[in-house]
Design a binder for this molecule. Structure first.
Ligand SMILES: C[S@@+](CC[C@H](N)C(=O)[O-])C[C@H]1O[C@@H](n2cnc3c(N)ncnc32)[C@H](O)[C@@H]1O
Length: 261
């Protein structure tokens, strides 16, 4: 029996699956793949695990370059979309597995590279998943995490998380910047690289992509406009686009790459 958070995840991503990769709504997810691949530095003999891989946007980019990729996710609609795309792309070395990432159904040391992108902020116990990622990574292999990161100011971080949760109720919490590298270090991995990037995104496609309820979308919009007019800080740095009219906001993305000694 799924708990209430698992139901929220299933509802959110069943709704998002058909348009998850639509360029107009989610450019940020597709255009950032090369940035992540640069950090993952895939090698031809890599056996890779994509943790909460969704439709396999990253897995499908990796598959032609490595030995094998496995993408695990809990939402059947996301997996179905991934399988459909992988078939169209003729990828024979990519497997989609349905499961929850809190207890990865794989042997210890089964993978040479284990990564999670935009997954941790949806998890109620992200640290447990980081430990699992380290467990299934082979000695000498790499573990990488790319995710949204929250401000180090707890008040601002609270606002940021409230906005993200209003947009998508399956959002749990963005970790504070720098926390993932600390956790990886505390669980015996050697942190090789931490990179941050601020991303400006248009507000309305971001809301449309998540299927944000009308009243919640209006609250976010109004909070952003109020901040622009000198009102309370949302932590999302609202601003106008280059056209001078459209509404934009800012996210901080962090990539951490570590290896298992
Ligand atoms: C924002 S999407 C990211 C998908 C993919 N990693 C990407 O970057 O394109 C988050 C994914 O996490 C999955 N997810 C959330 N909680 C999960 C859990 N506990 N176990 C497995 N998958 C989970 C959702 O089903 C969804 O596909």
């Amino acid at each position: 029996m799924a708990n209430s958070h698992e139901k929220r995840i299933r509802t959110a991503f069943t709704r998002q699956a058909p348009t998850f990769e639509e360029e107009r709504l989610n450019t940020a997810f597709t255009s950032s793949v090369p940035w992540l691949l640069d950090h993952l530095a895939p090698e031809a003999d890599d056996v890779i695990l994509d943790v909460a891989g969704g439709t396999g946007i990253v897995s499908r980019s990796l598959a032609p370059r490595v030995a094998r990729v496995v993408s695990i996710d809990s939402t059947p609609a996301m997996i179905d979309e991934g399988i459909r795309c992988a078939a169209v792309e003729g990828l024979a070395n990519l497997d989609f597995v349905r499961g929850t990432v809190e207890a990865l159904p794989f042997a210890s040391a089964a993978f040479t590279l284990v990564f999670a992108r935009f997954a941790l902020h949806h998890l109620t116990d992200p640290r447990r998943v980081v430990v699992e990622m380290a467990r299934v990574c082979r000695p000498g292999g790499r573990v990488a995490v790319m995710d949204l990161a929250a401000s180090t100011d707890p008040g601002i971080a609270k606002q940021q998380n409230q906005m993200e949760r209003l947009r998508d109720p399956s959002h749990v919490r963005m970790l504070t910047r720098g926390v993932v590298p600390q956790w990886l270090h505390q669980h015996g991995l050697v942190v090789d690289r931490v990179t941050e990037q601020e991303i400006d995104r248009p507000v309305h496609p971001w809301l449309e992509q998540a299927g944000t309820e009308k009243s919640a979308a209006a609250r976010i919009h109004d909070a952003f406009v109020a901040e622009l007019d000198g009102g309370a800080e949302t932590g999302m740095c609202p601003h106008r686009g280059t056209d001078g009219a459209s509404l934009w906001f800012r996210q901080l993305w962090e990539i951490t790459v570590a290896h298992k000694g």
